[in-house]
Design a protein around this ligand. Sequence first.
Ligand SMILES: *[C@@H]1O[C@H](CO)[C@@H](O)[C@H](O)[C@H]1NC(C)=O
Ligand SMILES: *[C@@H]1O[C@H](CO)[C@@H](O)[C@H](O)[C@H]1NC(C)=O
Ligand SMILES: *[C@@H]1O[C@H](CO)[C@@H](O)[C@H](O)[C@H]1NC(C)=O
Ligand SMILES: *[C@@H]1O[C@H](CO)[C@@H](O)[C@H](O)[C@H]1NC(C)=O
Ligand SMILES: *[C@@H]1O[C@H](CO)[C@@H](O)[C@H](O)[C@H]1NC(C)=O
Length: 495
Amino acid sequence: MQLYVIGLILLPLLIDGLAIFHRGRPRGGMAGSPRRTLRSFYNRVKAPIDELWYTQQLDHFNPTDIRTWEQRYYVNDLYWKKNGPVFIQIGGEGPADPIWLVEGQWIKYAQRHGAICVMIEHRFYGKSHPTADLSIENLRYLSSEQALADLATFREYFNSKYQVSEQSKWISFGGSYSGALSAWFRLKYPHLVYGALSASSPMTALTDFSEYLIVVRNSLATYDEKCNDAISDATKVMQNMIQSSSGRAELKTAFRLCDSIETQNDVDNFFQTVAGNFEGVVQYNKDNRAFEGARATNITIDVLCKTMLDTTQPNILQRMVNVNDMILNAYDQPCLDAGYMSMINQLTNISWNASAAEGGRQWTYQTCVEFGFFQSSNAPQQPFGNNFPASFFIQQCADIFGPNFDDNLLERGINFTNAFYGAEGFSGSRVLFVNGAIDPWHALSFTKDPPNNNTAIFLSSTAHCADMYPDAETDPQELKQARQTISDTIGQWLQ
Ligand SMILES: *[C@@H]1O[C@H](CO)[C@@H](O)[C@H](O)[C@H]1NC(C)=O
Ligand SMILES: *[C@@H]1O[C@H](CO)[C@@H](O)[C@H](O)[C@H]1NC(C)=O
Ligand SMILES: *[C@@H]1O[C@H](CO)[C@@H](O)[C@H](O)[C@H]1NC(C)=O
Ligand SMILES: *[C@@H]1O[C@H](CO)[C@@H](O)[C@H](O)[C@H]1NC(C)=O
Ligand SMILES: *[C@@H]1O[C@H](CO)[C@@H](O)[C@H](O)[C@H]1NC(C)=O
């Protein structure tokens, strides 16, 4: 799922100043589909999945604030047996996509365990608009704590609306950010949710997530260590060229940049965006996301590394350009959007109609005040150069949201997040953490022996949230086994 896209259907040729892959989050977020039409959806879904709305409180932590808004959710009760459990799929940093009510592993678990399935959209994403716009004053109501409290009030409403018996257990599901929410729901509201599945969940907030690119390097090395050498060589060529204005002009043409490289921020964002070409592929390597409309799922680590090691192409820079062309073509992008001000201008727009309201502005806000997670180039042992340190991302926070959004504010926010949820000392219980070694996010999750008797599954061959997607015959045996274990674990919880 999402760090992980419908509602706002982006036109394929839209140039909107936002990278396809931004801050660990593909457009649309984890459980969203970027460019699928409603018609193709309804052709595949046998039963219509209605869009439903719940009148939700704006501020759970101020009883004198009585303002409300409409929160979107979807339900599938096809497999529900009398007194059966309730499975809740927690929305993350993108629109809730109703395809998840029809496909995805949790639906199979629901069939086996006789559950009613509900997916709730996260406040401020998709069509769940608590406020008139995305101004900074309004974004103060966007936080993981408010989102968890939304789940608490929603549960009461849902049980009453669907006449769920008090014996029915709730089990929560989520992947990536919403995987963390799933574990935190169990931590903070253990009386409301009996057990939690937490896929690829970053459980510790931190400013400098430099380990991300180290895992990217390690994952590329599973194809061939020389792949990283080739990337490193190409990066050096780019670093030389970028020193001169003629070199910058050549890079602009070669990488089909939308904007010229002018400022140091443009230089840094260029290197970050080129690294993003690799990050997005590694994070979603060989998964089955195509069902939710994800594109380019046939561009894998193998394809990137074959391109980088293509000896029929003697020019190392050209191999890097070929990777870039492949990705631009797969996403129907006429140019690579790497200009710094273009990105900042898009993310500064507070309108719900702006392209950044698809989730880019909201998720950037959450990273700037709650989580950090900056996928920096601070670690030396990775092949993408050193142009985008953590401070570059903090600079973006200030440029988008104002000078108050500095390192000190972020550090306070991160300290609070970790104190509030426990970070490595997570003390919730009955949570099953599922991670894959290819996925860079596993570095912030529990891959073995989680504290407090929780359990973990760590897969050697899979990427981000792989266990959540529909299965394919080509899935690795360990993934098939893991899904069986997950389903059995749910069965034990429900006894
Ligand atoms: C991926 O699939 C698309 C559409 O079928 C095709 O045009 C493209 O060449 C494929 N790319 C790779 C790397 O296999
Ligand atoms: C957003 O777009 C909708 C539909 O096109 C329009 O009705 C509304 O006025 C727009 N809102 C803003 C703030 O531009
Ligand atoms: C914000 O985005 C909307 C919708 O795309 C656009 O109409 C508006 O002009 C933008 N505002 C600014 C300040 O760029
Ligand atoms: C955050 O926590 C660290 C470690 O406990 C501490 O050194 C630092 O001063 C805290 N920062 C802020 C801004 O509170
Ligand atoms: C973990 O489980 C074991 C065996 O069931 C039990 O003895 C122990 O008290 C549990 N520890 C915690 C922290 O819950």
